[in-house]
Design a protein around this ligand. Sequence first.
Ligand SMILES: C[S@@+](CC[C@H](N)C(=O)[O-])C[C@H]1O[C@@H](n2cnc3c(N)ncnc32)[C@H](O)[C@@H]1O
Length: 278
Amino acid sequence: MLVEALHYTRARLGGESNAYGHLTELVGIWARQRRQRPAWAGHLARARALCLAAAESTFRETRRTALVYGAGILNDIPLERLSSLFRRVVLADMAFLPRTVHLAKALGNVELMRTDLTGVLHAPPPSEFLAARAPAPMPDLRLGLKDVDFAYSANVLSQLPLAALATLGERTPAPDPQHLKAYAASLVRAHLAALKILPCPACLVTDFQEQGLAGGQTHYDDNLLFGVDPALPGETWTWRLAPRGEAHPELDIERHVLGAPDVHAGPDHEIPHGDRNA
Ligand SMILES: C[S@@+](CC[C@H](N)C(=O)[O-])C[C@H]1O[C@@H](n2cnc3c(N)ncnc32)[C@H](O)[C@@H]1O
């Protein structure tokens, strides 16, 4: 706990915002991955290998910028390799820990971009918008960069709706849970659709299902993408997220993960209303 508090304090003193709780989350992920290193190893190795193979399959002549969404604490990102393959690597997230800031500086061609990948957190939709089940706008995932030749969505998809849901859930009167779920699903669809219209290969790793297991039985089984099926060709594997005792006294908590080398290989997602990448 003390080390976690130190990480948090150093980041805040360094100017990192925690406006929506993402910095707290990052410190929590950092602490958990240290405790669960063996349980997480297989998942992280597969995610990194998938990203690297996808990055290496881009044209050597056009490797200007690699853009990573949800870079977090870089667990599932082969950053050194990306940094040597591309002229520049841009890591996008809501916040970063000081160790990521130092590593980026040391590598020399890695930039950090603090941004909300949903584009809705600064202005959550009014309740009538939710009740009408109007979809979230599609973000422009080029993030103002003109030379992106490879993109990697690094296990951020299932997390994208969470801060918006937390903010909306505090409203009085409380929004209908079904309306919130529909809005969360639209945020997931919006990210997938925005990846699809990027003019470069876009690799996706995302957890999509969580199960609580004990004694050979499944105690719960939750869809992490609010019912959206990415329907993308790729590989799937299991992430031993929280073996018994980590998050629950009796349950082993596992997540199922999808790794898609390039989202352009799958079917189109309905393009939500709002800005489109021209
Ligand atoms: C499960 S973590 C994965 C992090 C990273 N890939 C890693 O392995 O360390 C999800 C990440 O998504 C980021 N995130 C969640 N919502 C976001 C948003 N609206 N905009 C940008 N990043 C977001 C979190 O800050 C966190 O770093």
